[in-house]
Design a protein around this ligand. Structure first.
Ligand code: DI6
Ligand code: FE
Length: 403
């Protein structure tokens, strides 16, 4: 008799595991999943499920995927930028607003002025919207403090989220996000300060990875390298906002540091993408940002496919360039704007998104993986990419328990 804690049956599985099923989604039409100690102990066709005496959950014919992973968000921030959005409607661009001291810096002002409780209260409804769609793991960046104390406060709020809701939260320190007003004209000096934040915040256990914004309105490749050196010194992995508005060679820089991911990549060169593939750096695609700031350049998906770069898809949930509270909507945008296939898009919010966070224990339904599941009332996996709005999620399981 197999030792399981719980078994889910009457489900069509998208295992996202290669070697399962006949397509890239690893489909098992009439499947079963069994959990033991929070992990998947067995998964496969129900007809060959081993004998057991564990409680059985009838999924009612739902489709079951690994719990979704939103691998790039700026979930914690003060205020919002609806007013800036209105200005952009009259023709002012995202970059112009940033250069005038608005944009990211307006969110910095609001975030510096908000205490931990206020930041948490503002973040929770955004988190709830993502979780309701079947997300079980989320990355949260700092980067709206731009001084030690507020960066710390943002990360502490991110660490508080899993005490309030059932989900895994992974943090990234994004001190090198923008130059704060008090360092205007002294960008290099601020980059040094940002690099200097890494060690103390890491020592407090607040940092899982280090991120930076390398772009013509962000930091230079040299400044970014210095931040990454400091991360390496602290033993932390890195990721990069790379080549979003211009090609500064961010993709290749990320690859050189063995980054977990390089994100955005609208202007990345084929050479940069090839370097990422060789380094195993995941390309995180953020179609919500392309859409919301009406960026005309698209990431070079054909070059990514040719190079064999793994592609992830995330919300970039942030107040300025992608106020996206729906990862399912991002699936649609990835397919519609970037022409990803359904298979690529779904891998992008499961297996490849987990890889973008360096998490090897999730993103697939396979023995030994965490038993994080998302249940959907749909007729076929393509529906997850097809509908605009509405939420077909019928349940979440986190580490083997209903969440
Ligand atoms: N790129 C982004 O998409 C976010 N940060 C970044 O460097 C946007 C941040 C914002 O506009 O508030
Ligand atoms: Fe971002």
């Amino acid at each position: 008799m197999a030792e399981f804690d719980r078994v889910w049956v009457n489900a069509a599985l998208c295992t996202m595991a290669s070697g399962m099923g006949s397509d890239g989604l690893g489909v098992v039409p009439d499947g079963a999943v069994a959990a033991k100690d929070g992990r998947i102990a067995w998964v496969g066709p129900r007809a060959v499920l081993p004998a057991h005496d564990a409680p059985v959950v009838d999924c009612g014919g739902s489709w079951v995927l690994p719990g979704l992973v939103d691998c790039h968000t700026h979930l914690v921030f003060g205020g919002n930028r609806a007013e800036e959005f209105q200005r952009r409607l009259s023709g002012v661009t995202y970059e112009q607003i940033a250069r005038e001291g608005g944009g990211i810096l307006s969110t910095v002002r609001a975030t510096r002025g908000a205490d931990e409780d206020a930041l948490l209260a503002a973040a929770l409804p955004r988190l709830d919207a993502l979780l309701a769609e079947g997300v079980t793991t989320i990355e949260v960046k700092s980067g709206y403090g731009l001084e030690l104390e507020t960066e710390r406060r943002m990360l502490r709020v991110a660490r508080a989220l899993p005490r309030e809701r059932v989900a895994t939260v992974v943090t990234s320190l994004l001190g090198a996000h923008a130059v704060p007003p008090e360092y205007k004209g002294r960008q290099g000096e601020y980059a040094e300060l940002a690099a200097g934040m890494i060690a103390p915040l890491a020592a407090e256990g607040l940092v899982d990875a280090v991120d930076a914004f390398c772009d013509r309105i962000g930091f230079t490749p040299e400044e970014t390298s210095a931040v990454f050196e400091a991360a390496r010194h602290a033993g932390l992995p890195v990721k990069l906002h790379a080549d979003q508005l211009s090609d500064l060679g961010g993709a290749a820089l990320a690859a050189r540091f063995g980054a977990l991911s390089a994100d955005h990549l609208e202007h990345a060169s084929p050479e940069g993408l090839a370097a990422m593939a060789a380094a195993g750096t995941v390309a995180v695609l953020l179609p919500g940002a392309t859409y919301f700031i009406r960026e005309e350049r698209r990431p070079d998906i054909a070059a990514m496919r040719r190079a064999g770069v793994r592609m992830a898809v995330a919300t970039d949930m942030n107040p300025g360039s992608s106020p996206a509270r729906s990862l399912l909507l991002m699936l649609n945008m990835a397919c519609t704007l970037y022409r990803l296939t359904v298979e690529e898009a779904l891998l992008g919010v499961t297996r490849h998104a987990a890889a973008a966070l360096g998490l090897k224990d999730r993103g697939m339904l396979a023995p030994g993986m965490r038993c994080d599941l998302a249940l959907y009332r749909i007729g076929a996996p393509a529906e997850l990419c097809y509908w605009l709005g509405g939420n077909p999620c019928a349940g979440r399981v986190v580490a083997g328990r209903d969440a």
